[in-house]
Design a protein around this ligand. Structure first.
Ligand SMILES: NC(=O)c1ccc[n+]([C@@H]2O[C@H](COP(=O)([O-])OP(=O)(O)OC[C@H]3O[C@@H](n4cnc5c(N)ncnc54)[C@H](OP(=O)(O)O)[C@@H]3O)[C@@H](O)[C@H]2O)c1
Length: 316
């Protein structure tokens, strides 16, 4: 698989990154351990060299699956893959708890290294900003981890431009992770700005939490902590019906090209020139292998414009 420069980090990453929130298990569909381990193995076998995770993905469970899957794939596998994990957000008794306390960050990094069965983290991302703790303290802890060799690069996620600029004054922040998809374009400006500054740019939710794959055709009720209820707003009206209209614009393109809706959604995102790598979450080998086929083709300019227009209607 081709690789691209991840900003000025020196990392070369694949244009697709495997996300593991779903693989962690909490707030998404249930799958067996074997299925989840196999999804990670499939990504690596197909050539994906970047995996995103977090301690908050079911209290370290997603990280533990990654550690186990890479180890099972044999010596040298860890070195072929770059891992982004996070800090400053925990999953405690079924609830997400944000905190930028430096002691927590140092402890989480130590736990992540154990979970991932590794002695370094390629990219450690501050998961969410914490307004209660001075950035100097939070990012001081990350700088210390970098100096000690536990992590190679520092990133932030879910920071707006002002927060990002403040963070950049406190540490060598080299990467930004934000939500961006056909149905969530609010972050386009800050992503473009960050790309222009030489940060590595990675985006999440390319599939709108799954709704852009076409697998949801009727509105269902999800449990309060299910991410299709709690995190992604497309599984409620009025957005649900609007996204169904967007799928009608995607479907003829899929039919004509013989591709899936998921491939269209991922390509729409990865073809934007300010994005280095687009993430998708998938818990099975079949979905990983199917999604990766998007790299065999690209949306034409005309198709992009048509999708942009249709997506605007969803967002308005
Ligand atoms: N920094 C942050 O705050 C943040 C927030 C959200 C996400 N992320 C990261 O970004 C990654 C991607 O985002 P996401 O996982 O939330 O959302 P996503 O990639 O937009 O969608 C994931 C959903 O799509 C489904 N899916 C994937 N491929 C499919 C296919 N071919 N056919 C049918 N369904 C398919 C998955 O199903 P299954 O799970 O059933 O396989 C899952 O339900 C996460 O895993 C995580 O690593 C970061």
């Amino acid at each position: 698989m081709e690789t691209v420069r991840f900003g000025k980090t020196g990392m070369m990453v694949t244009p697709l990154t495997l996300g593991t929130w779903g693989i962690g298990g909490a707030g998404w569909d249930e799958n067996t351990d074997e299925t989840r381990l196999d999804a990670i193995a499939a990504a690596v076998e197909c050539g994906i060299n970047f995996i995103d995770t977090a301690p908050a993905y079911n209290a370290g469970k997603a990280e533990r699956y990654i550690g186990k899957a890479l180890e099972q794939m044999g010596p040298g596998t860890r070195q072929k893959v770059q891992i982004a994990t996070k800090c400053a957000n925990s999953f405690i008794d079924g609830q997400y708890v944000r905190s930028g306390r430096p002691e927590l960050i140092l402890q989480q990094c130590e736990d992540s290294l154990k979970n991932l069965r590794t002695d370094y983290i390629d990219l450690l991302i501050v998961h969410w900003p914490d307004p209660e703790i001075p950035y100097e303290k939070t990012f001081g802890a990350l700088t210390r981890l970098k100096e000690e060799g536990c992590i190679r690069h520092i990133g932030v996620s879910n920071f707006n431009q002002e927060q990002l600029q403040r963070a950049m004054q406190c540490a060598d922040v080299e990467a930004l992770q934000l939500q961006y998809s056909m149905v969530e374009q609010g972050n386009a400006d800050v992503l473009q700005w960050a790309h222009g500054q030489g940060l590595g740019v990675m985006t999440y939710g390319s599939l709108g939490g799954g709704i852009l794959t076409g697998r949801y055709r009727t509105l269902e009720q999800y449990a309060p902590m299910d991410n299709r209820n709690r995190f992604y707003p497309y599984f409620r009206e009025p957005l649900f019906s609007r996204v169904m209209e967007l799928l009608k614009v995607m479907e003829p393109i899929a039919k004509e090209r013989g591709v899936t809706l998921a491939e269209i959604a991922i390509n729409w995102s990865r073809q934007k020139d300010f994005i280095d790598t687009s993430m998708f979450g998938a818990q099975s080998r079949q979905k990983v292998e199917s999604n990766i086929k998007c790299l065999d083709w690209t949306l034409s300019e005309e198709e992009m414009e048509m999708l942009d227009r249709a997506a605007k209607a969803v967002l308005s």
